[in-house]
Design a protein around this ligand. Sequence first.
Ligand code: ZN
Length: 213
Amino acid sequence: MLGSLNQIKTEFIEIGKRLYDKGFVPGSSGNISFKAQNEILVTASGCCLGELTEDDIITVDPDGNLPGRHGKPSSERFMHTEIYKRRPGINCIIHAHPPKSTALSVAGVDLKAPLIAEAVVTMGEIPLIQYQTPSTLELATLIADNFIDHDAVLMANHGATVCGKGLKKTFYKLETLEFLSEIYIITAMLNNRNEIPQEKIGELLKIREKMES
Ligand SMILES: [Zn+2]
């Protein structure tokens, strides 16, 4: 277990760097979590995800509390713990502020329309939830309720959150979400946007069902 915990921490550091290098978590924004058995690892409050060290990865209990341990976990951790309670099958959550997805959230746009096959297969419909103050229980509850039926959620005037199995696969989902947002914005500039035909959606949803989160 110790070996695999070290491995997970190494992966946290790698994924944090990729998120930062991609511009998905400017400054000290964003947070990553991973559920390992009855504990949740979450990034520390106020740290830059591009410069994570092992000390910046804090262990909390399933309610987000620190059982007598050191460190200051992200204030947005309750969003993560509430999602895990509603989605027992997933073990990773990434919350970020990718510019194009965040721009859509500011514009009040959701990504429910089927535009790109890969996005439909990996995430399905992506809703936009109304604005709530960051780090509040209201935000944690609202976003977690939306994750019951979705793998990715846009958060109005804030950013985006994705869930999945494994740190890398969850990171790839966020990357696909940002790509989808970019395509949405470019097609707005082209003043034309064709959706995937309705009669073809069923085939994609069948592939989605076969895939793991
Ligand atoms: Zn945030």
